[in-house]
Ligand binder design. Structure first.
Ligand code: FAS
Ligand code: PHB
Length: 388
């Protein structure tokens, strides 16, 4: 097989890039090691920046999002027993869209199928080759090794995929910060406790009240790195969540059986550069952020925006300026989102060595933030997403 662009990974990055390329008449194929159902079974992000919403609209995958998604004009911070709302819309003129990554992925998969995009699932040992010469991807399926020749390879294969591995073998520099805790997340078919998200700082640890619809909620509590999902019954989770929230919020909480429960470790990672000849790292393949700033999925979207512009200009304008500048352009926005995610994580989580002094410093910063329009504007413009 020969295509113009071979995309490794059928997550949000690969699917969004694939649809932009297909719509522009640039032929592409997506290769993934698992199948559609496995990918859709992973419960992940929930908040979309306006830039991500715009991209989904641009490729024609936004209809259900606008029908079923929830537009949020604000977000709340809770600390010292009180909830403070940050009015995103008043401060920035923008809102965020609450619409699960699972739904985004489903919509993009459906659109790819409807527009004749080719995806190869359950591909084994997917490997990018010769990205400085004659780029191609090999994979194993049905007992045979297959080869896809291409002009470019988009590594949309996440944090542990072959593209990141290939980059590491070709001079990649990694920048990493590992946090001493994780998030225990629960999905439950109960109405959200509030009409917007609540990020809570508490001396027992961080908590987050999020949602997927008016009948389905997503909650998180910070847990130690030694925590295991089996250590947490539903009742233990609900009790701990309520302990970390202001009284009126805790009392309003509707609980119920979890339909998904998992622990995600928190860490930051950035790969530099994002380009290796004709191989490009995109999305989680290039960077990981703690979910405190709701940036992971949204950074994948801005990477795709920059890379697509470069590939489009290569094929349609015969200019390589866009692909030559992809890494620098994407990294500029990535590092600002990494900084924001780091600052929100520092502000809201209980660190093992912070002590009572550290708790007071966090509460003082939250108190300043709650009473300063300048500080709230800085948080709001990062949360709704910096411009592309
Ligand atoms: P993905 O990891 O989504 O997709 C990569 C694809 O590549 C997968 O389909 C995988 O099967 C495939 N692949 C991997 N290795 C391969 C191989 N060897 N061969 C072929 N294919 C291969 N972000 C937020 O904004 N908010 C959150 O709350 C949040 N929670 C998260 C929780 C967890 C547990 C994780 C892991 C991430 C979370 N994220 C969150 C970040 C997440 O949403 C990512 O940013 C998003 O999935 C990025 O999309 P992709 O870059 O497409 O990578
Ligand atoms: C989620 O709904 O899963 C979610 C929302 C906001 C975050 C992280 C996760 O910052």
């Amino acid at each position: 097989m020969r295509v113009q662009v071979a995309i490794i990974g059928s997550g949000p990055s690969g699917l969004l890039l694939g649809q932009l390329l297909t719509n522009a008449g640039i032929d592409n194929v997506i290769i993934d090691r698992v199948d559609r159902d496995y990918i859709l079974g992973r419960i992940r992000a929930g908040v979309l920046e306006y830039g991500t919403v715009g991209l989904l609209d641009a490729v024609g995958a936004g209809a259900r999002m606008h029908r079923e998604g929830l537009v949020h004009d604000g977000v709340s911070l809770a600390y010292a027993g009180v909830k403070h709302r940050i009015d995103l819309k008043a401060l920035t003129g923008r809102s965020v869209m609450v619409y699960g990554q699972t739904e985004v992925t489903q919509d993009l998969m459906d659109l790819r199928e409807a527009t004749g995009g080719k995806t190869i699932y359950n591909a084994g040992n997917v490997t990018p080759h010769d990205f400085d010469g004659r780029p191609h991807v090999t994979y194993e399926k049905d007992g045979t090794t297959h080869r896809i020749d291409c002009d470019f390879i988009a590594g949309c294969d996440g944090a542990h995929g072959p593209s990141r591995i290939a980059a590491a073998q070709n001079g990649m520099k990694g920048f990493e910060r590992v946090y001493p805790f994780g998030w225990l997340g629960v999905l439950a078919d109960v109405p959200p406790v509030d009409h917007e998200l609540i990020y809570a700082n508490h001396e027992r640890g961080f908590a987050l009240c999020s949602q997927r619809s008016n009948t389905r909620s997503r909650y998180y509590v910070q847990v130690g790195l030694d925590s295991k999902v089996e250590d947490w019954s539903d009742d233990a989770f609900w009790d701990e969540l309520r302990r970390r929230l202001p009284r009126e919020t805790a009392e309003a909480m509707v609980t119920g059986p979890s339909i998904e429960k998992s622990i995600a470790p928190l860490r930051s990672f950035v790969a530099e550069p994002l380009r290796y000849g004709r191989l490009f790292l995109v999305g989680d393949a290039g960077h990981i952020v703690p979910p405190t700033g709701a940036k992971g999925l949204n950074l994948a979207a801005s990477d795709v925006h920059y890379l697509f512009e470069g590939l489009r200009d290569h094929y349609l304008e015969h200019s390589d300026a866009g692909i030559d500048s992809y890494s620098a352009r994407a990294l500029s926005r990535i590092w600002k989102a990494v900084r924001f995610s780091w600052s929100m994580t520092q502000l809201l989580h209980r660190f093992p060595d912070q002590g009572d002094f550290g708790q007071r410093i966090q509460e003082a910063e939250l108190d300043y933030l709650s009473n300063s329009a300048a500080a709230q504007t800085a948080l709001a413009e990062n949360y709704i997403g910096l411009p592309y």
